[in-house]
Design a protein around this ligand. Sequence first.
Ligand code: ATP
Length: 358
Amino acid sequence: MSKEKKGVRLEHVSKIYQDPKTKQDFYAVHDASIDIAPGEFVTLLGPSGCGKTTILRMIAGFESPNEGEIYLGDEPINELTPNKRDTAMVFQSYALLPHYNIFDNVAYGLKLRKLPKEQIAEQVHGILDLVGLQGMEDRMTNQLSGGQQQRVALARALVLEPGVLLFDEPLSNLDAKLRVDMRNEIRRIQQEAGITAVYVTHDQSEAMALSDNIIIMKKGVVAQIGDPHTIYYRPVDEFVADFIGESNFLRGSLSQKDGASSVATIEGHAVEVANVGHLAVGDACVLVLRPEAARLADAGTLPCRVTLSRFMGNYQNYQVTVGQTLVKITDFNPKNHKVYEVGDEAFVAFGPDDVHVL
Ligand code: ATP
């Protein structure tokens, strides 16, 4: 791809809709500020109805913001119609022309631009190589598998050489195995093309696998923006910690604050923690503990009783109680560790760096 890739910037963008039942206005997106660098792959992730698609559609120009400004590169684009924006969208439904072959589907946008025939053929063949459909130009799109149709949809968008490629849950109609193959393909193609991508999904593993950065949305508001590592290990709140992966929430209070090493009291037990940030002694706190970050042991941080112990093949699944708190533990190496049974008394073992303090 020869054209310049572009960044996308949203500055305090809001979208208000009217609820069709109550006739009340509400913010589908509220005060979203997002900065996407050129060449970056960003996913909008969150539960159904949180405003992901609305943000994507505002970038594409299918919806206008009520407040705020959207920039493509340095250009404000609020006033531009979709066809005047340097974006292309890959839809969940593929939106292919059913009675056209693959070549004509991919060439369609270039023909509208009235490019010379030879140039169209060259660009279409180049893109079909990139998406792995070389040699299939004459196949009709209604005779293709779901995965092949998705590749054609991707080729149709890429051939326009947009500054930004937008994806609206493009893998939803594929079965689980194909989804994983196709998401790896999408990442490879995006990196080879060096294009900026904004991708909407509610599938957290898709977001983790694809993204340079993830934007977590909650009820129209941006809850957190960060790379997958930061989102997983440093969630800003319980919503993010709960939405991405599994979390245990150990509730208590900060009993000692001493530089890098502080102490929280959880269910009456002292727990050493790091990075307590702005919390002061006496403040309520929540320790976020990932199930795989904790171990069961004969000695450790918090005494517990085992209430569930299940061999799952490649891991052992535990649930234990620490006082009133239920804690889930995943042991990915049960072959080399002592296995505990229901009713056993044991300890939840973890280090100060294994918990994230909220
Ligand atoms: P999903 O994962 O289910 O697609 P989403 O996060 O993409 O959800 P949006 O489609 O952006 O959510 O919708 C955000 C909110 O705005 C929802 O409550 C939705 O019902 C509402 N909404 C979307 N489009 C309109 C519209 N044209 N008129 C009124 N309300 C709308």
